[in-house]
Design a protein around this ligand. Structure first.
Ligand SMILES: [Zn+2]
Length: 318
């Protein structure tokens, strides 16, 4: 399988092959000597990104920006290593994420707590800091957007909390689409059917906030986007229907968390209920994938989503 796929309007979807094919994407966007990466992947994905530039005939010096949507390591962990290879590029990052890119020690500690030290190293490699001089803070706030020109291409950034408070979304005027990181959920292509995509919420620790999330979805839909470019994974076009699925999914997730809040084996129960919720939905959709394969595809996200819901439960109790 080819590592990258040209989509529409000068947008290339690159498979970073984290964990498995078609799980995590970076996008290369632009043209006429001005390019940007949306998402940086991990340090381990850097060689693949550089090979893609070469295959497309884009010189490393033509990359103006690296734009991770938020500082979770599957999106921003590779930023330091990638910038080292791109002489003219600057990092564009949410104000709440900037200091973590210059000093990634807290990110490393946080991810180690979620994934464990062994998996952490194997999945993310070495996390390099980004020199402060190369950081552009995208000045977004609840009441303020931020704009950047990539050559002649206008990119507009909005504050996009819900999945994480250090999350922005990028409106790409040229294609009429949003780059949404994790704030439009996950759509694994293995779950696609002729009837459409299957959407999974992503409630990772530690800043899941359902109210903020719904407000972010309102803002995304305001522009009537033709496309949404997901990090996990690829472009989706049935935007309104998927937004509805995501809102409903968030309701189910909260209910599962609350139902199990006071049980002694809370984590195992939440994880199991999330898994069965998804398996039931896939069965209702008559999805042809064998249940064992579906379980394997869902396993990691269900574990992380359960952890995030527990943090949310605890936070609500103060
Ligand atoms: Zn994330």
């Amino acid at each position: 399988m080819k590592r990258y796929q040209a989509l529409n309007d000068g947008i290339v979807c690159i498979d970073t092959e984290q964990h498995r094919p078609q799980m995590a994407a970076c996008y290369l966007i632009g043209g006429d000597g001005h390019y940007a990466f949306v998402e940086a992947g991990t340090s381990l994905s850097v060689p693949g990104l550089l090979q893609t530039l070469e295959a497309l005939g884009v010189e490393r010096g033509m990359v103006d920006y690296v734009m991770p949507t938020h500082v979770h390591l599957d999106h921003a962990g590779g930023a330091g290593a990638l910038l080292r290879e791109l002489p003219n590029a600057r990092l564009v990052i949410h104000p709440r994420g900037a200091r973590h890119m210059s000093d990634p020690s807290q990110l490393i500690a946080g991810a180690t707590a979620v994934y464990g030290p062994g998996a952490m190293r194997a999945t993310y490699g070495e996390i390099l800091p980004v020199p402060e001089a190369r950081v552009v803070v995208a000045g977004v706030a609840p009441d303020r957007d931020f704009e950047l020109m990539l050559g002649a291409r206008r990119l507009q950034f909005i504050d996009a909390p819900g999945h994480a408070r250090h999350h922005y979304a990028i409106w790409d005027e040229a294609s009429g689409g949003w780059f949404t990181g994790d704030v439009f959920g996950l759509v694994y292509r293995e779950f696609d059917t002729p009837d459409g995509n299957y959407l999974i919420p992503t409630t990772s620790p530690v800043q899941f906030d359902p109210e903020a999330w719904n407000a972010t979805l309102d803002r995304l839909l305001e522009r009537s986007p033709a496309h949404v470019y997901l990090t996990h994974y690829g472009r989706v076009d049935a935007v309104a229907a998927l937004a509805k699925d995501l809102r409903e999914g968030l309701v189910v997730y909260q209910r599962i968390a609350r139902t199990n809040a006071d049980t002694p084996d809370r984590h195992a129960r939440i994880r199991s209920d999330l898994l069965h919720h998804h398996l039931d939905q896939l069965r209702e959709r008559r999805h042809p994938l064998p249940a064992a394969r579906a379980r394997a595809l869902l396993e990691l996200d269900v574990e992380i989503n359960a952890q995030g819901l527990e943090v949310w439960l605890d936070r609500q109790r103060g």
